[in-house]
Ligand binder design. Structure first.
Ligand code: 5GP
Length: 146
């Protein structure tokens, strides 16, 4: 999908926002929703998406929505770090299919990095649902403790 493609209201993240598709949530408020990536690049890979935006990517987003959204990204990233104590954390955001974007609803990846454990490939291997639930429980507690 090109950088300037129209927003599809039936994309998978829009369905997650509307509750039409399940997700393992770790945070939600009126601005954003955060949930576990089901094809994680590392243990604790979390996605943060705007609830109301119709932006396919960062470039087409309304500038006014970005400040509140990035605050949620920071809050969730701090919660992930508190919960899982990674050695580093990658905050990633991809624009356009040629760059690797696969879901066309603006989102940020929070990818904990553990020294000595290579990241898995992007949108590759499906996680064990029970493992995602247990990581999510820790991350929810980490966010609440911040
Ligand atoms: P993108 O490639 O657009 O930057 O990132 C999309 C992310 O969404 C990928 O990391 C992929 O693993 C994840 N993903 C794709 N489909 C689903 C889904 O149905 N549920 C969840 N939780 N994550 C998904």
């Amino acid at each position: 999908m090109s950088l300037s493609a129209e927003y599809d209201p039936n994309n998978i993240f829009a369905k997650i926002v509307r509750g039409e598709m399940p997700s393992v949530k770790v945070f939600e408020d009126e601005i954003a929703l955060a949930f576990m990536d089901i094809f994680p690049q590392s243990e604790g890979h979390t996605l943060v998406i705007p609830r109301k935006s119709k932006a396919t990517n960062l470039l087409s987003a309304d500038a006014a929505e970005l400040g509140p959204l990035i605050e949620r990204v920071q809050r969730v990233a701090n919660g992930v770090v508190k919960a899982l104590s990674p050695d580093g954390v990658r905050v990633m955001q991809i624009n356009g299919a040629p760059a690797g974007q696969t879901v066309f609803h603006l989102h940020f990846h929070i990818i904990p990095v553990f020294e000595g454990t290579p990241l898995k490939r992007h949108a590759g291997e499906r996680a064990d649902p029970a493992r995602l639930e247990s990581l999510a429980a820790k991350i929810r507690a980490g966010i609440a403790a911040k």
